[in-house]
Every structure is written in structure tokens, then in C-alpha cells.
Design a protein around this ligand. Structure first.
Ligand SMILES: [Zn+2]
Length: 150
């Protein structure tokens, strides 16, 4: 699948496949970060259950990192068993700490999730990492102030 095709492929009303797989690192290093059919279904489920409800409530949501193939995950120093590898996780960009708090609380109160992490780096950047399993038990594991590890 080309990036152009991924831009055309809508997973839900407001999210395209491209948004869930795009990566500057992948593009800079010519890494083919195309998910397979199962991974696409997982991404779609994540959009349906969490990202669309968030979008409907807050307006445009920017995804920093969605799917990562193994090569890309290594490149960005993701953990070895990262749920990004399966299309089960997304890092949501937060413009400021107040919005981050609102996203965090909204997902806590309105969505099912496996892991919900408020991640931060020492430099002061932060984002929400959220994951959801289509098959299997979702742990509802919630951690605030989680050191960035993807
Ligand atoms: Zn993440």
C-alpha cells in the first residue's frame, strides 16, 4: 500500500490509516511502516473505541505515533513488546498539560482501554499513550507521570 492509498483509507469518520502509521523517522529512513490486515483491524478498533470519542468531544486530535513495524520501533527506541507493534496503541499529542489532563480523564471515564499512561520526558514534553486490545483482556492499567518509554 502506498502512502497515498493510506491517506484515502478511512478507518473511522475522522481517522485515516495514514494518520495511524505516519512517521517522520520511517519516511526519513525509508522504512516501510505498513501494517498488515490484522494490525489495521486493531488500529480501527482503537479509533472506534477511544480516538473517535475523544475527537467528538475535543475536536481535532493529533497522533504522534500509532503503528510501528519492528524496524521503526527499534529506531525510535520503543520497548521490545510495545503495543505499537500490534496496532494496539497510540501516542496522542497534547498541546499543554491542561488538555493532557482532560484527555486522560475523558478516557478514564468514558472508554475501555488496556493501558493509559501520562508520559513525560525530562525536557518537558508529554503525551498520552493509550492502548486497547481487540482480542484478550483489557487491564485498565492507568499510570500518571509515567517516564517516557513508549
Ligand atoms: Zn506509546
Amino acid at each position: 500500500m502506498t502512502l497515498e492509498q493510506a491517506k484515502e483509507k478511512r478507518l473511522t469518520e475522522h481517522f485515516t490509516l495514514y494518520e495511524m502509521m505516519r512517521s517522520e523517522t520511517a519516511e526519513n529512513h525509508n522504512i516501510d511502516n505498513t501494517p498488515d490486515a490484522t494490525q489495521i483491524e486493531n488500529l480501527k478498533y482503537l479509533c472506534e473505541k477511544i480516538l473517535e470519542p475523544l475527537r467528538r468531544n475535543f475536536g481535532v486530535i493529533k497522533i504522534n505515533s500509532g503503528f510501528r513495524c519492528p524496524v521503526l520501533n527499534l529506531r525510535v527506541n520503543g520497548v521490545g513488546n510495545s503495543q505499537h507493534l500490534f496496532g494496539e496503541a497510540a501516542d496522542i499529542h497534547c498541546y499543554n498539560v491542561y488538555i493532557a489532563r482532560k484527555y486522560f480523564d475523558f478516557i478514564t471515564n468514558h472508554c475501555q482501554y488496556d493501558q493509559l499512561l501520562f508520559e513525560y520526558r525530562r525536557g518537558g514534553s508529554f503525551w498520552i499513550h493509550v492502548s486497547l486490545k481487540r482480542n484478550g483482556k483489557n487491564r485498565k492499567m492507568r499510570i500518571e507521570n509515567y517516564p517516557a518509554k513508549h
